[in-house]
Each structure stands twice: as C-alpha cells, then as structure tokens.
Design a protein around this ligand. Structure first.
Ligand code: ARG
Length: 461
C-alpha cells in the first residue's frame, strides 16, 4: 500500500491533483541504487551513535541488500502511490523488515540532504561514463587526422578561403575543445566531491552522526561545510550541465562542417552507408542525418542548461520543492549525450576523406596572398605597404581570371619592383604551410608535435 512520510499533523489524505503534480518516481527512480547505498551508510552511523543496536543495524543492512537486489532485478518498482524514489524505497524496506525496524532508518536525515547527496553521486558516475564517450570521439578524430598525413586543405575564416592548412591541423582543432571539456569535468569533480549527507533538512542533525564517515562510505573526500548551502545549492548540477551543453556545441560545429563537406560542391568526405540515411522518395539521396542530429541535439542540451539556470534564479534558502525540477533537464542531457556521442564517433571513424579534392581546392581563392605580403616583409618592406602590394597582385590575377602563381615575372615586377621571381618560393601551398612552423602553426612538423601533445593531455576522469 501507499506509504506516507508525514501524517501526524494532517487530518486527511493529499488531493489526487497534488499527488499527480508531486510525483517524481518516473524520473528519480534511476537514483534508487544510490539511495540504498546512502541508507546503508546512514544505518552504520545510527549504530555508531547508539540509535540502533548492532543486531538491528545488521538486519537493516541485510534488508537494504535484499531491496537493492529486487531493484536491480526489476522485481521492485515504484507504484502509483509512491511520491518519489525515497518514499518508494521506504515502502520497500517496510515490506522487507516490518514497520518497527524499517521505521527506524529515517532518524537524523531528511530527503533534502539525501537528494542533494544522491544527485552528486549520480552525476559523478555519469561524468566518468560520458568522459569516456568523449575520449572515444577524440580518438576517432585523431585517427582521421593521423590518416590524413601531410595533406593540405583550404583553411577558412568567414567560410571564405583564407590560408592553406594541414587537414590534420584542422581536424585536431575539433579535438582540442573536447579535451578541455573532459578537463572541465575533472575540475568540476573536485567541487562535486563533498557530501551533503548529515545536513538533514537544513540545519544539521541532532544525533551526533559523523558526516565525514558517511561521506567516506559514499566515496566523497569530505562532507559539506554548511548544511544550509549543502541542501539548497545546485550549482553542482548547473556546472555539470554547462559542460554537457558545451560538448553539444563543440560536437555541433564538427557536425556542421561534415554536413558542408558532404555536399556535392565540397566533396571532401564520403560518409559510410552505416552512418547515412536514404530518402523515402528520392532514390539518389544519401543524407548526413547523424551530423544533422548532432547539430540539432545541441539545441536541447542548451535548453536544458537554460531550464536549470532559470529554475535556480531567485530561489530563497534553503530547500524549496522547485529543486525537484533539477533532475529531468540534467538527466535529459546525460541520455542525449549517451546516444549522440557513439553515433558521431562512428560517423567520424568510418567517413572517407577525399584528400585529393581538398588539395585541389587549397590554392584557390588567392589563399597565398598573405604569403606574398610576408615574403615582402622578409625582404625589408613595411607590412602596411606589403599588404597593399599583395592586394594589387590579387586584383591583377582576379581581373585576368588566373591564380597568383600564374602571374608572369613581368607582371609581378610591374606591380612592384620588389616582387622579384624569388617570390615564387612562397607561391605553393606546400611552401606556405611549411613556413608556419611556430608551436601552434600548420607546418607538418609542428602539427605532428601538436598531435602528440594532444594525446598526452588525454586522461580519463
Ligand atoms: N523529491 C524531492 C527532490 O527531488 C526530494 C524530497 C524533498 N521534499 C520535501 N518536501 N522536502 O528534490
């Protein structure tokens, strides 16, 4: 039957409409195993402070273990009368142990410190799992980068041809933000590593329980220093959520590029059949749906973060029931990334890069104009003037419908006497990329070092 956690001062049962609004088991029951772990740690403390005898403590823990097995096997599930995961499990425990012993567990704790602890435990587990999924995507990107060797492609700003870059350099630029996202989770984890358990409803518990011991039992390094903050704060959720949203944004940029690269006009990539979809009417179609969903899922990941921030804005201390609404958005982010990341990894892993096409387009669009200007600077010309001279070369080539390297020696000399035939050294994409050999640059040796440095930065949570 239904278990109510209060009743003493109430004369009637809650209205059905209240119960329907209040219920959260359909989303918070995923915390059931962690709730039971918390209860076990709590029971041990109740023994330590003498509220429970040794024997009662053992029977309670055995009952909790049986309940956990029933949860895992699916034999125990929430019922319509259960309000939340905590109420559902209390019903289960009373079924296992009877009212007398089962009713002793709740001393000294509140659902407020319970839920604040459980959400941290859950997010810490999921952060590790999702970080592994992000690592797998980084791995897929790096494999493509290494496979591209020294191939060159058009580097773009404003989506216009800018300067030639190594394909590997460009691909790795999609991996670095993901490396930082994992590092963000590592950093977040230090702040999440504090247990609110023992804070009770808001003011702390009166039973002398050792919150530090419970924290250690539940895998936390320490217990939270302020019980009011510990039960009311959810910045641990919003910060996790920001990282999830940022991953969505980073993945969406990669996906957008793949969508563009996959067009007939670009022709940079061929998607594997397993990661492309067809059209129900147009037989020729092969669509990049995975990449489009990657772009689209970013919207809900951002929306979830926005929901959470809006939820918390202006809430007074301490616990307010509004806080129950923190779960669905962050659970949605977890579930979304859990299906999105493997699909994007698979698409990246299996796509074929058309390196010849990229190389063919690399010198187009006057992408070597900066190289002319910088060559002139090396000959002693002021950059301001060199920029103008190189611009004049572009204008001349554009007017004739040719590329920069097709200008004749006489034309170069006519534009400016400083433009001797030696300028042709920098009028190849190969020469252009090789000259950008600074730490972060696109020269092949620099990029090789960057790929190694990136691999060294990869650490699981
Ligand atoms: N289900 C609630 C939540 O998720 C925890 C219960 C606290 N409820 C309360 N009325 N004090 O936040």
């Amino acid at each position: 039957g239904t278990v109510s956690l209060w009743g003493g001062r109430f004369s009637g049962k809650p209205a059905e409409a209240l119960a329907a609004l209040s219920v959260s088991t359909h989303f918070d029951f995923r915390l059931a195993e962690l709730d039971i772990a918390g209860s076990r740690a709590h029971a041990r403390q109740l023994v330590a402070v003498g509220i429970l005898s040794e024997d009662e403590g053992e029977r309670l823990c055995a009952g909790l273990d049986r309940l956990r097995d029933r949860v895992v096997s699916g034999d125990f599930a929430p019922q319509p009368g259960d309000e939340d995961v905590h109420t559902a499990l209390e019903r289960g425990l009373l079924e296992e142990l009877g009212e007398e012993l089962g009713g002793k567990l709740r001393a000294g704790r509140s659902r407020n410190d319970q839920i604040a602890t459980l959400i941290r435990m859950y997010l810490r587990i999921e952060a590790r799992h999702l970080a592994d999924r992000v690592l797998a995507l980084i791995d897929a990107i790096l494999t493509q980068a290494r496979g591209a060797g020294d191939a060159i492609m058009p580097g773009r700003t404003h989506l216009q041809h800018a300067q030639p870059v190594l394909v590997a350099h460009h691909l790795a630029a999609h991996a670095w933000p993901l490396v930082r996202d994992i590092e963000r989770w590592c950093d977040w984890d230090r702040r999440a590593d504090e247990s609110p358990y023992g804070s009770a409803a808001l003011a702390g518990n009166t039973l002398g329980m050792d919150a530090q011991a419970i924290a250690a039992d539940l895998g936390f390094s320490s217990c939270a220093p302020n019980s009011i903050d510990a039960t009311a704060a959810r910045d641990v959720v919003t910060e996790f959520s920001f990282i999830a949203a940022q991953i969505g944004v980073d993945v969406s940029r990669l996906c957008e590029e793949i969508i563009i690269w996959n067009t007939k006009e670009f022709g940079y990539v061929t998607l594997d059949d397993a990661f492309a979809t067809g059209s129900s009417i147009m037989p020729q179609k092969k669509n990049p749906d995975v990449a489009e969903l990657g772009r689209g899922k970013a919207a809900r990941l951002i929306g979830d973060l926005t929901s959470l921030l809006s939820l918390l804005k202006g809430l007074p201390l301490a616990y307010d029931r509004d806080l129950q609404e923190d779960k669905e958005p962050v659970f949605d982010q977890i579930d979304t990334l859990d299906v999105l990341l493997p699909a994007v990894s698979g698409m990246v892993e299996t796509m074929r890069l058309n390196l010849a096409r990229m190389e063919e387009l690399a010198p187009q669009g006057f992408s070597l104009a900066t190289d002319i200007a910088e060559w002139l600077v090396r000959q002693g010309m002021a950059f301001r003037r060199a920029h103008e001279v190189a611009g004049a070369c572009v204008a001349r080539a554009e007017a004739r419908g040719i590329d920069l390297d097709e200008l004749s020696d006489a034309e170069f000399a006519d534009i400016d006497p400083a433009l001797t035939p030696e300028v042709r050294e920098v009028l190849t994409c190969r020469g252009s990329v090789q000259s950008r050999n600074g730490v972060s640059g696109t020269a092949p040796e620099a990029v090789a070092r960057q790929l190694n440095a990136l691999e060294e930065r990869l650490t699981p949570l």
